[in-house]
Design a binder for this molecule. Sequence first.
Ligand SMILES: Nc1ncnc2c1ncn2[C@@H]1O[C@H](COP(=O)(O)OP(=O)(O)OP(=O)(O)O)[C@@H](O)[C@H]1O
Length: 246
Amino acid sequence: MTVRTTRSDRVPREGRDPDAPLVEARGAELSFGRTPALRGADLSVASGEILAIMGPSGSGKSTLLHCLAGILVPDSGEILFDGRRVDRMREPERSELRRDRFGFVFQFGQLVPELTAEENVAMPLLLGGTRRGPALAEARDWLDRLGLEGLGRRRSGELSGGQAQRVALARAMVARPDVLFADEPTGSLDSLTGEQVMELLVDTARENGTTAVIVTHEARVAACADREVMVRDGKVTSLSFGRTGP
Ligand SMILES: Nc1ncnc2c1ncn2[C@@H]1O[C@H](COP(=O)(O)OP(=O)(O)OP(=O)(O)O)[C@@H](O)[C@H]1O
């Protein structure tokens, strides 16, 4: 069911300047105790862009993603979302931003094991105040779209790794976030399954005009993105623009 899209299919959301950065880090620095993780990271992500962050283990990729997503606050530097200073927000405001505007997929889907797949997917809608019936109907619709017809009543222990990551993707997208943050979304999967999940993730983000920031070790996974950046020693050091042209 996957429809391959190309890097030139970028669809910014209506009403936005496609060239204005939606998510930005400016000179972000963050240390964990004496361990510096970010040493002046600069990054701009345009609205509707699918960006892959690559780099060696321990270089600061996850820390950068967590700062961009308002999970961590840098020691210095700025984090902006849609022109607003995320690093200056208090935790309740950042929490609201994460809930209302961002979606997340992590390496291990982190589904709630006691809940069924459709209940997991419905969770962001329920937290946002949607009634149970409509929320579950929307969740089933997303599961169908991601090729998981008929699996809505299963719990995470009854799903394969690839199925569980697709449920996690449905949960991340169900509330139509502005930005999808994915940290090694295919890291726990074999390469074929990982590629399928990544294609679904990228296609789903593109179809919905969702900006995506994806941390990955895998060049083949990064190749699905519009743009790749490299993180080394806590800095964004090199950029490669789309393979299909400058
Ligand atoms: N919670 C933490 N406490 C202490 N040190 C941390 C913590 N999180 C990350 N670090 C350190 O910060 C540095 C950057 O880590 P980070 O996880 O951002 O790297 P990464 O590029 O995502 O690595 P990997 O590809 O292995 O996941 C590393 O030296 C790491 O050991």
